[in-house]
Design a protein around this ligand. Structure first.
Ligand SMILES: NC(=O)c1ccc[n+]([C@@H]2O[C@H](COP(=O)([O-])OP(=O)(O)OC[C@H]3O[C@@H](n4cnc5c(N)ncnc54)[C@H](O)[C@@H]3O)[C@@H](O)[C@H]2O)c1
Length: 358
């Protein structure tokens, strides 16, 4: 029997609600499969931990996580603590030391869900966005001096390294190559940012030589937003910098119906540290504690986790169960225009898993 150690970290807001649902579904997957077990350990790190201890997680937090096979993460962010403290104190303090440099964000329109795009019925929108997750605009380099004075200066420096760009572009080409259309779009802004983004473009052209079977093109990030809306069928795999992909993937999630269904995986491709799986959404203060958070994004990322662990049949079975549930409008949460609760959707996915005969 294969066994995996999973760290479950709900974090803030609706994070604990969707992670609890995700753990229930993952355990049902393991029972249904019969070939593996999951040993889940809960972590209470996040804003409550900060209010008690003055830090979002212990100083050796990332080291503690190294002994796990994967991490299931909810969300971070609280109304009374500045976002840069919560984000850097927890999520980025895990992603960076564990070198989860590839942030992978699949987007497609699940059965039963309507895209806000009038001309899209479903198959026209099937993308994976690869976000550089270790440097760029979120490198953390910068500073602020003379706070509050008229001469105040603040800088965030976008740092790109040849090694960092090469590895993410190569990852994206490999992913594009593994998908049927073998199509990659490299997002850039080298018209305005004339140093690092020009290097980004040059490295893309170099790495492309290694993948003659992948068709690729280059797109300025501003034009990319238009292409995503007007010609979604022309896109498949997309690679962009930390900031660009952060923004484009929220647009992608909205075009696929709701932020509540969009998953992401922070992957350490070399597997020398655990990868972290999470919904794209944040802590959603407006619906916290109401029991109506859409858990589908967390189920989808749980399926990505199973696939990463090597449990592809269980991952596929989970996605089929999720799709069976989204196909029924009676099981849509309010973000999708329905009335279902987190619990009802979770129970329905577990039931679909138990009934699955494939
Ligand atoms: N990865 C993360 O942990 C992450 C990501 C984004 C934002 N945040 C943080 O979350 C906090 C709130 O940010 P925000 O309001 O910009 O974004 P958000 O994703 O929390 O919410 C945006 C909107 O989408 C809705 N929504 C989000 N997830 C949903 C779900 N599962 N089901 C139904 N509706 C859902 C919310 O109700 C809200 O109306 C901030 O502190 C922000 O920094 C964290």
């Amino acid at each position: 029997m294969r066994s995996y150690k999973i760290a479950a970290m709900g974090g803030d807001g609706i994070g604990p609600e969707v992670v609890e649902a995700g753990v229930q579904v993952l355990k049902t997957c393991a029972e249904r499969d019969g070939g593996f077990t999951l040993d889940v350990q809960d972590f209470d790190w996040g804003s409550d931990y900060y209010r008690t201890h003055g830090v979002m997680m212990p100083a050796d937090g990332a080291e503690q996580l190294r002994q796990f096979d994967a991490i299931l993460f909810g969300a971070v962010g609280a109304p009374d603590i500045p976002d840069h403290i919560t984000l850097w104190g927890l999520r980025l303090s895990i992603c960076q030391p564990l070198d989860q440099y590839a942030n992978v964000r699949p987007t497609r329109i699940l059965p039963g869900i309507t895209s806000p795009l009038r001309h899209v019925s479903g198959p026209e929108l099937d993308w994976v966005i690869v976000r550089e997750n270790s440097e760029g605009e979120y490198s953390g380099v910068g500073g602020r001096v003379h706070k509050g004075l008229p001469i105040e200066v603040a800088q965030d420096v976008s740092v790109m390294t040849r090694a960092g760009v090469q590895r993410i572009i190569r990852y994206a080409f490999r992913l594009a190559q593994s998908r049927p259309r073998k199509l990659l779009t490299v997002v850039t802004k080298s018209n305005a940012q004339r140093h690092a983004m020009v290097m980004w473009d040059e490295i893309a052209a170099e790495v492309a030589q290694e993948f003659p079977d992948v068709t690729w093109d280059k797109m300025l990030v501003d034009a990319m937003t238009m292409r995503m809306v007007m010609k979604p069928q022309t896109l498949d795999t997309i690679v962009a910098t930390n900031l660009h992909a952060d923004i484009l993937s929220d647009l992608a999630a909205a075009l696929a119906g709701s932020l509540g269904i969009a998953p992401t995986a922070n992957i350490n491709p070399e597997r020398d540290a655990p990868s972290m799986f999470e919904p794209i959404h944040g802590s959603a203060f407006d619906i916290t504690g109401k029991g109506i958070a859409n858990p589908v994004a967390t189920f989808w990322t749980a399926a990505m986790m199973l696939e990463h662990l090597g449990e592809k049949p269980a991952a596929d079975r989970l996605m089929r169960a999720v799709e069976r549930v989204t196909a029924d409008p009676a099981l849509h949460t309010p973000d999708l225009g329905g009335k279902a609760t987190t619990r009802q959707v979770t129970d329905a996915v577990c039931e679909a898993l138990r009934r699955a005969n494939d």
